[in-house]
Design a protein around this ligand. Structure first.
Ligand code: ADP
Ligand code: GLC
Length: 486
């Protein structure tokens, strides 16, 4: 039996991306299609989404919805793989360039509740024959933006006596909860009693994330360790009790890597390509990176790279504290990212203090991200918490040994270069336990120590590059979940 599933998300690589969610939405649906599922995607009609689709045509007129006039559902195809993407055209809600969630001052748009309620509502409508030609058996919603889909499906089930579709909700990051003032509940068109502790109410406010967690048939998150962590008081973001209650419906399925995009042997964004059997090209990537960032051209300086959203989550404040250690040992550091202005300024200051060895650039650019992942010896991901993390997986594929905090998906994917792991040919990177300068410094020292033993370093690089984190196994797990539900 072919399973029909609708993925509901707010971003999708290569159309629109602010983080790893886009990479997942861009790769998981086609991995499911390759395994015989019939999968389509629903996205808000942000300008770059609409501009990037081919063969766009209208599917349904929806009239005035959530304060927006003339809402239309359209469908188009993704040029790279033919995936069918539905988009919601609602100019007053979505026709804004730049970041899909924040305005130019980095402040969430005042109408985000309406903007993303419409997304969840249309998803539930698609499960009720909004498109006469196709309707899903599974609605698979990602993060708070799509959290209301499950609530609207539940409301329809109550009204008609049967569920229009089964629902899966994937938490990519429990820290973003889609919380709005209680008075906005009235605009959602949900039954009154849904505003309850057993529903969308969250400490007196309205939470889209809680809607997804409470009303969906199954909950997944993006690594097994994070699935355990979010059931604890310390890391449950106020939702740990709900998650513990639903522990039988909750599972962790690791994200994968799209090796058609992230492969050093075929990466079109790199000037020099390489493979585990031909590592010379990696040195050329390192030299190009040092040049690009104005660092001293030293081929034997251990080069640490960071490509990251600059937020509290990513732990770069801790990395800043250890910069003197890196510099003292003759190492170099490149940081590329954008986000929190305080962190941006702190990073800039450190770069000014050590111009030959530390470079910081602010921005978001796919080519530069690939350049850094490829040219670094070590990719640092010292996150306070990390649901899965994709940059450490890309780093493994590029033979750039990841240096990570032992949390979430980082703990599930990187093996520390301890003596015993080296002896058993297991090490693929550097892992620190305690989120303190001492722990991180020790991991940095381990990186320098291993770099001093070039044969062992190369062996670890080759091992890292041989790891298979492709989408295959994870797509199979999602399919098994869908089958259970159907
Ligand atoms: P998160 O989703 O929490 O940001 P992930 O590691 O899952 O973390 O995914 C981050 C994704 O965003 C990766 O594809 C990474 O390369 C990309 N990325 C992060 N910062 C930048 C940037 N400044 N420019 C380009 N890509 C970036
Ligand atoms: C979130 C998480 C990140 C994860 C990504 C994709 O943004 O912060 O850890 O890899 O989603 O699931």
């Amino acid at each position: 039996m072919t399973i029909r599933a609708l993925h509901v998300a707010s971003e999708l690589y290569p159309l629109l991306k602010t983080g790893g969610l886009a990479d997942v939405a861009g790769a998981l649906p086609s991995a499911l299609v390759e395994r015989g599922a019939d999968v389509r995607v629903l996205l808000p009609g942000f300008p770059s989404v609409v501009a990037g689709l081919h063969d766009v045509r209208p599917v349904a007129q929806l009239g005035s919805r959530f304060g927006a006039p003339g809402v239309t559902l359209e469908q188009g195809t993704l040029p790279s793989n033919g995936l069918i993407v539905y988009t919601i055209r609602a100019a007053t809600l979505y026709d804004r360039p730049g970041n899909p969630y924040l305005n130019d001052e980095h402040v969430p748009y005042g109408d985000n509740a309406q903007r993303f309620a419409l997304l969840g509502w249309v998803a539930a409508q698609l499960a009720q024959q909004l498109d006469p030609a196709w309707s899903p058996q599974i609605v698979h919603a990602h993060d708070w933006h799509a959290g209301l889909a499950a609530a609207y499906l539940k409301a329809a089930e109550r009204q008609h006596g049967r569920a229009p579709a089964r629902s899966v909700f994937t938490v990519h990051n429990l820290a973003y909860q889609g919380v709005f003032p209680a008075h906005q509940f009235g605009q959602l068109g949900l039954p009154d009693d849904f505003f309850s502790m057993y529903g969308v109410e969250f400490y007196g406010q309205l939470s889209f994330l809680k809607a997804g967690l409470y009303y969906s048939d199954r909950i997944t998150t993006v690594s097994p360790t994070y699935a355990r962590e979010i059931q604890t008081l310390a890391q449950g973001g106020g939702l740990d009790a709900l998650l513990r209650n639903r522990s039988h419906d909750l599972s962790g399925i690791l994200n994968g890597v799209d090796y058609t995009v992230w492969n050093p042997a075929s990466d079109a964004l790199l000037e020099n390509r390489y493979a585990s059997t031909r590592l010379a090209g990696k040195l050329a990537c390192k030299e190009a990176l040092q040049k690009r960032f104005g660092l001293a051209q030293k081929s034997d300086a251990l080069l640490f790279g960071v490509v990251s959203r600059l937020t509290e989550q990513k732990g770069l404040d801790l990395l800043l504290e250890t910069v003197p250690e890196i510099v003292k040992r003759g190492g170099q550091l490149v940081v590329f990212g954008t986000g929190d202005p305080a962190l941006e300024n702190g990073l800039k200051r450190v770069a000014q203090t050590h111009p030959d060895s530390v470079a910081v650039e602010l921005g978001f650019d796919e080519k530069l991200a690939h350049t850094i992942i490829a040219g670094s010896d070590v990719v640092a991901v010292p996150s306070r918490f990390e649901p899965c993390g994709l940059t450490q997986l890309y780093a493994l594929a590029y033979g750039s040994l990841p240096l990570v905090h032992c949390v979430g998906g980082l703990a599930d994917t990187v093996v520390d270069a301890s003596l015993e792991n080296l002896a058993e040919d297991l090490a693929t990177g550097f892992v620190f336990e305690h989120f303190q300068p001492r722990g991180l410094t020790a991991a940095i020292r381990r990186a320098f120590a291993l770099y001093g033993r070039r044969t062992e370093w190369k062996a670890a690089q080759r091992r890292a590059m041989r790891q298979d984190f492709g989408w295959g196994a994870s797509a199979d797990r999602y399919l098994a979940l869908y089958r259970e539900l159907c």
